[in-house]
Design a binder for this molecule. Structure first.
Ligand code: 13P
Length: 250
């Protein structure tokens, strides 16, 4: 049985003050949704604050990206070993905003995935097609290509300690959610691709849905056989909404 994971990707939002309030709200409301694992992904500069606030709780934290390099002359970047200093459990890799706005290729994403594993931080690998790609009917080949880059570099066993997030780009921040069946179809496809390499690993790997997940649609989405939680953007910035999504997964 895969335990559901509801993860809040805060993107480039928040302030020290708003984050204190948000975390207090999440902590206060976490007990009734303990069946679901919760995790938050602040901007780097608030990691220390988040660690202070969440240490000793059951809520995990991590970052929104990391460098593929371990150290060196890479101005502005943050390396995997640094995440260990803040006891990050997870790191998001290959988010579509990183791929499209910052030019991260499948190869770079695979190397970031490897860098995370090297320091024992669990990667959450994001995959997903653009609207144009969906309209062209190539959703599966896009997702397969994104997944294959990581599988070829790191192998199927790497997914024993990794999570996948299917985030259709056209559903991110648009208020336009994939229907539960549309999402389930892609999730099942991803699991089938993992199964080709190991049915044991495929059965264990959590596949999250991301893209305008809200309290109103979370229950239906998470009721699908291969949807094991959510990667939440906008709705993770309010404790009440984030917890209501978690509740829907209980
Ligand atoms: P929204 O929930 O705001 O659509 O964002 C989804 C996302 O990109 C999470 O990583």
């Amino acid at each position: 049985m895969r335990r559901k994971l509801v993860a809040g990707n805060w993107k480039m939002n928040g302030s020290a003050e708003s984050i204190r309030t948000l975390l207090q709200g999440i902590k206060d409301g976490a007990a009734p949704v303990a069946a679901v694992e919760l995790a938050v992904f602040p901007p780097f500069v608030y990691l220390s604050l988040v660690e202070q606030q969440l240490s000793g709780t059951a809520i995990s934290w991590g970052t929104q990206t990391l460098s593929e390099h371990a150290s060196g002359a890479y101005t502005g970047e943050v390396a995997g070993p640094m995440l260990n200093d803040f006891h990050c459990a997870y790191v998001i890799v290959g988010h579509s905003e990183r791929r499209t706005l910052y030019g991260e290729t499948d190869d770079v994403v695979a190397r970031k995935f490897a860098a995370a594993r090297k320091v024992c931080v669990k990667p959450i690998l994001c995959v997903g097609e653009t609207l144009e790609e969906r309209d062209q009917g190539i959703t599966e080949s896009v997702v397969e290509r994104q997944l294959k880059a990581v599988l070829d570099l790191e192998g199927i066993e790497a997914f024993n300690d990794a999570v996948i997030a299917y985030e259709p780009v056209w559903a991110i921040g648009t208020g336009r959610t994939a229907s539960p069946q549309q999402a389930q179809d892609v999730h099942a496809f991803i699991r089938a691709k993992l199964t080709e390499r190991s049915s044991e690993v495929a059965a264990k790997t959590r596949i999250l849905y991301g893209g305008s997940m809200k309290p109103a649609n979370a229950k239906e989405l998470m009721a699908m056989a291969d949807i094991d939680g959510g990667l939440i953007g906008g709705a993770s910035l309010e404790a009440k909404e984030f917890l209501a999504i978690a509740q829907a997964g209980c």
